[in-house]
Design a protein around this ligand. Structure first.
Ligand code: ZN
Length: 406
């Protein structure tokens, strides 16, 4: 390590936002059975340091939602929600180069930790924006609500989904929201304006049972094969669509994956039922009604007697419009242009808490300012570079000033 590198390291190490980020990373808010107490205490301290209050709403027992609000000069104007989730996914600690909850920063400035990309960085960056603006004496027109929610990684049902149904959420009077995106190795940032509808479907296929030596007709196995053919043919068609059009990304096509099979008791007994489970993500180019009808049709074509049970069946949500009709987008795009930053709008291939806001008709984008960064969410050795983290604060700052003054 030469002198300048050493000095650089010390600058990062003593930076208060990096310190807060690393402190947050050291809280093991990891599934399963996350204990959020430490997160809540930490966020209360953060709020105090900003001369703000942290409000804790317990929508479900032991599932706190923390709201840190900075009231704008026009409190009646629809507010801006800056959302992040407090929970992180489990780790295989033995696969990590550095302990996943130590927030180790290496000589180059990479900060290792579960949640460093997904998405403790974002929560701290939002708070850092407020700290910077307050110090500069800047006042924004709209109120900012920095929200920290639980259990996003297990579907958000006990967190954001139930929170948006409360009176407290309604009172936030949200006009626009920003939530998580992904890192990208490229220079051009990713920005998500929609998500695919999720279908987690169990197909219970009934058929003629009997002895394994007989040639029975209408067995569950035969029906399962026919159904599989239809599902997989559709999958292949979508794969082709993606291959043939470089403009498309994975979020633009429908994906079907066979994820579980069950049934039967013994090899020479033809079972009365077989279960196939599919994880399905329906793209926006087909109506969800049409797609559900297609599933029904395939079940009938496969011989009938097939019952579909949805473990998850998300409603359709309108994508957020990225055009002149959306004043927040115009402001956000203007801020990006001012910084000479390019974003590539996409449909998110995954699902995040933002869908619960979009379901209410609130325009919202998923955007984490992490470019030139390997995509390591849910992976071993998840890290974020100190420089990327700090640059992210500047980027969010421009954006927040623009959208909060719309
Ligand atoms: Zn996340």
């Amino acid at each position: 390590m030469n002198i300048s590198q050493k000095q650089q390291y010390q600058i990062w190490e003593s930076n208060e936002e990096i310190q807060a980020f690393r402190e947050y990373l050291r809280i093991p808010s990891v599934h399963p059975d996350v204990d959020y107490d430490e997160c809540v205490h930490f966020l209360r301290r953060q709020a105090t340091s900003l001369d703000l209050e942290a409000e804790v709403v317990e929508v479900n027992p032991a599932k706190p939602v923390v709201i840190i609000s900075w009231v704008g000069t026009d409190p009646s104007a629809p507010s801006i929600i800056l959302n992040s989730h407090m929970d992180v996914v489990p780790v295989y600690a033995e696969m990590w180069s550095h302990p996943p909850f130590a927030a180790h920063m290496d000589e180059e400035g990479r900060i290792y930790g579960r949640g460093s990309q997904d998405m403790k960085c974002v929560g701290i960056q939002f708070l850092a924006v407020i700290r910077t603006l307050k110090r500069e004496g800047v006042k924004l027109r709209r109120t900012l609500h920095v929200t920290f929610v639980p259990d996003e990684e297990t579907g958000g049902e006990l967190g954001m989904r139930d929170f948006v149904r409360t009176e407290r959420f309604k009172k936030l009077n949200c006009g626009f929201a920003i939530d998580e995106g992904y890192a990208t190795e490229e220079e051009v940032f990713r920005l998500f304006y929609g998500e695919r509808a999720i279908r987690r479907a169990n197909f219970y296929i009934s058929g003629t049972p009997g002895h394994g030596s007989l040639l029975l007709s209408g067995t569950a196995g035969e029906k399962a094969r026919k159904l599989l053919d239809r599902m997989m043919d559709y999958r292949a068609m979508e794969e082709k669509k993606l291959e043939n059009n470089p403009e498309l990304s994975i979020g633009d096509v429908t994906m079907l994956n066979l994820t579980m099979c069950a049934g039967g008791v013994q090899c020479n007994v033809v079972p009365p039922e077989i279960m196939l489970c599919f994880d399905i993500r329906v793209s926006n180019d087909i109506s969800i009604k049409q797609f559900d009808a297609l599933l029904e049709k395939w079940c009938n074509e496969s011989g009938g007697g097939i019952r579909i049970e949805f473990a998850v069946q998300n409603p359709v949500t309108e994508v957020t419009r990225l055009d002149d009709s959306n004043q927040f987008w115009v402001a956000l795009k203007g801020a990006l242009d001012k910084m000479n930053l390019e974003v590539r709008p996409r449909i998110n291939p995954g699902a995040t808490d933002i869908r619960f806001l979009r379901e209410l008709g609130i325009p919202a984008v998923g955007f984490s300012p992490m470019n030139r960064t390997p995509v390591l969410l849910h992976d071993h050795d998840e890290y974020l570079h100190a420089e990327t983290f700090l640059k992210g604060i500047d980027i969010y700052k421009e954006i927040v000033v623009a959208i909060a003054n719309v």
